[in-house]
Design a protein around this ligand. Structure first.
Ligand SMILES: *[C@@H]1O[C@H](CO)[C@@H](O)[C@H](O)[C@H]1NC(C)=O
Ligand SMILES: *[C@@H]1O[C@H](CO)[C@@H](O)[C@H](O)[C@H]1NC(C)=O
Ligand SMILES: *[C@@H]1O[C@H](CO)[C@@H](O)[C@H](O)[C@H]1NC(C)=O
Ligand SMILES: *[C@@H]1O[C@H](CO)[C@@H](O)[C@H](O)[C@H]1NC(C)=O
Length: 213
């Protein structure tokens, strides 16, 4: 009896996952470049990233911003599963450890994202001149904003548009290689070791996106 019920449940699960072609996919390990640009045309950040898809770890080091140079030297190491991140300042050799209140980030499709559509960017009929992407949408944690993320058929992130009350920006991902080229970048640097967790001031939300708002 138990075996029959188990089998039936299993068959139903299999049937639904076959019927629903649009389960959010998960990105692989990656190394690449990322840019953060606001709708006002400011380049908030540009630089290299490393992403561990199983360990849910991200390192992003921005080395360009325009017209203000505020994020030159911005260096973030985020541990999404543990809910902590390090803000490293290479200029003055400082490191702060903070709690993450929101784990939304542009390098993976959130589990609760909703499939919107599939688009052909460029040409679908000329070989090598097109890119087919799936568009996923969802709400930000505080529901005060929305995002729209495009990923390739193989689940590589292309770009994510975040629309928030305070600011809207586009994050683009380029030059992806599906491996972590320097695993040391995802380890806590000696500068940060033993760092106490900073208090999060009342009303502050720490997240990858909040670094650019
Ligand atoms: C910033 O870093 C990226 C990746 O390492 C590199 O391609 C780019 O040339 C750098 N830009 C500057 C201004 O150093
Ligand atoms: C992704 O990178 C992590 C950390 O380097 C490694 O442990 C893991 O095996 C990698 N996963 C794949 C699928 O290569
Ligand atoms: C950023 O700009 C300010 C004001 O223009 C300047 O004083 C500072 O040295 C610049 N910092 C870097 C890292 O370029
Ligand atoms: C290092 O610089 C950052 C921003 O420039 C500043 O917030 C921080 O307080 C500085 N840390 C130290 C130890 O001077």
């Amino acid at each position: 009896m138990f075996a029959a019920v188990t089998l039936l449940v299993f068959m139903c699960l299999t049937a639904t996952s076959h019927a629903d072609h649009h389960q959010p996919c998960h990105t692989p390990n990656m190394t690449g470049l990322m840019s953060v640009i606001t709708l006002k045309g400011e380049v908030k950040a540009f630089g290299a990233f490393s992403y561990d898809s199983m360990g849910k770890k991200l390192r992003f080091r921005s080395n360009e911003s325009y017209p203000t140079n505020t994020s030159i030297g911005l260096d973030l190491l985020m541990f999404f599963d543990e809910g902590v991140f390090y803000e490293i300042d290479t200029k003055n050799q400082s490191c702060e450890k903070k709690a993450l209140q929101c784990t939304l980030h542009p390098l993976d499709v959130p589990d609760e994202a909703t499939y919107l559509s599939t688009l052909n960017i460029g040409s679908s009929s000329i070989e090598g001149e097109g890119l087919k992407v799936n568009i996923w949408t969802g709400s930000m944690a505080d529901s005060k904003g929305k995002y729209s993320m495009s990923v390739t058929m193989g689940c590589l992130p292309v770009s994510t548009f975040y629309m928030c009350e305070s600011s809207s920006f586009l994050i683009s991902i380029m030059d992806i290689e599906t491996e972590i080229k320097d695993p040391d970048l995802l380890l806590v640097p000696s500068l940060c070791q033993g760092q106490p967790l900073e208090e999060t001031p009342e009303g502050t939300v720490n997240s990858f996106l909040n670094e650019f708002m």
